[in-house]
Design a protein around this ligand. Structure first.
Ligand SMILES: [Zn+2]
Length: 338
């Protein structure tokens, strides 16, 4: 029998599959909330955190499993203060790059003794022992531009890009190095791919010209590091990225997870010789606020448009924390003809 893992690998290579795989792409925080495990408890109890994922993987028919979802751990490791919400992603509370001279002060500590990293590593280890042979495992990490935005503040950095572009260039050079160092740590885990999330380069925040000017080369460098370790490189960006798919493919990623605004049929067709497409059920409108029937309908529509070659089914962004279990399960059921 074809395993989930094999199915995902075949799709990522853009070879035809008998069933479109389910690549969520971000189920971690959603599954924790589903099992009533708060963000801080998930860090304090890596075993509970892994159990919460395992409870949802089978029933939802996830073929890919996100084993690292605390994707911004690096921000606190580098010295920012953070705000840990009851559920969901940990937010940055202050920025530590306020002037160009702050860049040189940035230094990656030994991550093995940093609480969020060591907890995430334990969780991922439990998950890879249970699922590594059958499922395709991914770790989410920030892209260099997004990381720089957390350190500097997104608004300040976007303003700098107009007023003082060399400041941004220096910061990006440094954030790329730090990102690469952290990626090296994570690539030692038993995972298949690193999923680089770059929400700050969203198609809604940044023009294609600025993406090429400020982000593309750094994203490629992060990807080169991932590929050098033998892992696969996948990218997620929010917003409408239809106008820069070729630039994204130039980074060497094997697949791109796109947001709901992208026309999946057109993306799969235009990228058929370049990269696979993962997407893109509207997370808020259909998965969170919708009904299982609505999810089924949208999943069927995307199955038809995306097709069975070079396309993997997923949400357009995070599966929103608090989305009904039945709505997420409806995606897997529909893909499996249930
Ligand atoms: Zn997104």
């Amino acid at each position: 029998m074809t395993t989930s893992r094999k199915l995902v690998e075949t799709s990522l290579k853009r070879e035809p599959v008998e069933r479109i795989p389910f690549f969520p792409p971000f189920q971690g925080y959603w599954a924790l909330r589903n099992e009533n495990i708060t963000t801080i408890d998930s860090i304090n109890h890596p075993d509970l955190s892994a159990q919460a994922q395992l409870k949802n993987v089978g029933p939802c028919c996830f073929d890919t499993v996100e084993v690292l979802w605390d994707w911004l751990f690096l921000v606190e490791a580098l010295g920012c203060q953070v705000k840990i919400p009851e559920y969901g992603t940990i937010a940055t509370a202050n920025n530590i790059v306020n002037e160009p001279s702050d860049i040189d002060k940035l230094e990656l500590p030994n991550l093995d003794i940093f609480y969020r990293y060591s907890s995430a590593k334990k969780t991922a280890h439990i998950l890879s022992e249970k699922l590594g042979k059958t499922h395709y495992l991914v770790a989410s990490m920030p892209g260099p531009f997004t990381l720089a935005g957390e350190l500097r503040g997104v608004e300040s950095m976007l303003l700098d890009s107009l007023m003082d572009p060399s400041f941004v260039d220096d910061l990006l050079k440094k954030s790329t190095e730090l990102d690469q160092e952290a990626i090296e740590y994570v690539c030692e885990w038993d995972i298949d791919a690193v999923l680089i999330c770059d929400p700050t380069t969203s198609g809604d925040l940044m023009s294609p010209e600025d993406f090429i000017r400020f982000s593309k080369a750094h994203l490629k460098e992060a990807g080169d590091m991932i590929r050098k370790t033998g892992k696969e490189f996948v990218i997620h960006m929010c917003g409408d990225t239809s106008d820069r798919l070729n630039d994204i493919a130039d980074t060497g990623c094997i697949a791109f997870s796109c947001d709901k605004q992208v026309d999946v049929g057109k993306a799969v067709e235009s990228m058929k010789n370049r990269m696979a497409i993962i997407g893109n059920i509207d997370p808020a409108g259909i998965i969170f606020a919708g009904t299982p029937d609505g999810v089924r309908q949208e999943t069927r529509r995307l199955m038809k448009t995306g097709g069975t070659t070079g396309f993997l089914m997923g949400a357009g962004c995070d599966i929103p924390v608090g989305s009904k279990f039945e709505c997420v399960k409806a995606i897997g059921d529909t893909l499996n003809g249930v």
